[in-house]
Design a protein around this ligand. Structure first.
Ligand code: F6P
Length: 363
């Protein structure tokens, strides 16, 4: 196998704290090994449209604490089902030829893709047409299997717990039920960890469907014990027993067609109606994805970036770098794509929560 001397790097999917730290790790480590690094802008769009820049050491200087991605990203483009305008109409085309042409034109022999499950699904297909890919698990949701942590999760949990500390103030002063709706898609990791860190009384996650009666009983019990306020953390994907998740919007041209959201406001209205305690909902939204990464995420992201280049040097492709038993390793991308990583019902943190009286809406 000829030695690889030029690699590409792209960020795909939603932005996330730590993306720049990975880019920096990839660029610095690859340059140190005598490679050339090409940055592909705006995710897979850049691969199709040939938006490629050469990355030098000075391009990554000072980006470690910066949120977002200096390369740009999108969570809409799939190069195998790519939206193009033809004769005034949008149609979807497979852009395989353009991808291969652009990789060849830029002499990119291996590609580091930093992204979530959508990005890795595309990576799997790229592997099938002969592209040498290495994935890096990114997402605030922590919903990628085969790795203990995705980078970005710790930062999102930090923001959500910060928000809970502040909501406590109003809850206590006004004797209210304050509800915080957090992101996470179909997984409850952010709600669980932030709820535990922020001292929530009720934590609602998609993995444990809730009963309104149980939630109301918990809030009333607290009142009887002299606690005139309650804090509820609800994951955007949380759902009532026998019910459905709350969809906020349909995004037709995105691989992930729906965006969740709105369950928190529904809860606030229902809790207020049933308990007659004033209730308010705060939706944390994209604040969880923005801003500077935590120290933990900077370190993890840097380790992932360096490990991705190490995989390339060893000639290991079609793999995603991963954290297992706190050691960096790699796993086949095929083991990751389309597989959920949800909170198990007997997760130690769920059990710890139950042990200290946190209500998960089910009992
Ligand atoms: O996957 C990250 C995430 O922030 C989810 O938690 C959330 O459901 C979704 O992306 C929001 O996507 P968008 O930025 O397109 O609204």
């Amino acid at each position: 196998m000829p030695e690889i001397n030029t690699i590409g790097v792209l960020t795909g999917g939603g932005d996330c704290p730590g993306l720049n730290a990975v880019i920096r790790g990839v660029v610095r480590s690859a340059l140190g090994k005598g490679m050339t690094v090409k940055g592909i802008q705006n995710g897979f769009q850049g691969l199709v449209e040939d938006m490629v820049v050469t990355m030098r050491d000075k391009d990554v200087a000072g980006i470690l604490p910066r949120g977002g991605t200096i390369l740009g990203t999108t969570n809409r483009d799939n190069p195998f089902h790519y939206r193009v305008e033809e004769n005034g109409k949008y149609v979807f085309r497979n852009m395989t030829d353009r991808i291969l042409e652009n990789l060849k034109g830029n002499n990119i022999q291996a590609l580091v893709m930093i992204g979530g499950d959508g990005t890795h699904a595309v990576g799997l297909e790229l592997g099938k047409i002969g592209v040498k890919v290495i994935g890096v698990p990114k997402t605030i949701d922590n919903d990628i299997p085969c790795t203990e942590r995705t980078f970005g999760f710790d930062s999102a949990v930090g923001v959500a717990s910060w928000a809970l500390d502040r909501l406590h103030t109003t809850a206590e002063s006004h004797h209210r039920v304050m509800i915080l709706e957090v992101m996470g898609r179909y997984a409850g990791w952010i709600a669980l960890h932030a709820g535990m860190a922020g001292g929530a009384d009720v934590i609602l996650i998609p993995e444990i469907p809730f009963s309104m009666e149980v939630i109301v009983r918990k809030i009333r019990d607290r009142v009887e014990r002299g606690k005139t306020f309650s804090i509820v953390v609800v994951a955007e994907g949380a759902l009532p027993i026998g019910g459905e998740m709350t969809v906020k919007r349909i995004v037709e041209d995105s691989p992930e067609k729906i965006r969740l959201g709105g369950v928190g406001e529904k809860l606030a209205m229902e809790i207020e109606k049933r308990t007659e305690i004033e209730s308010r909902c705060t939706v944390l939204g994209h604040l969880q994805r923005g801003g500077t990464p935590t120290a933990y995420d900077r370190v993890l992201a840097t380790r992932y970036g360096v490990a991705a280049v190490d995989c390339i040097v060893r000639g290991e492709f079609g793999r995603m770098v991963a954290l297992q038993k706190n050691q960096i390793t790699s796993v086949p991308i095929a083991d990751v794509v389309g597989k959920p990583h949800n909170v198990p019902a007997d997760d130690q943190l769920v059990l710890a929560g139950r042990a200290i009286g946190v209500c998960f809406g089910d009992e």
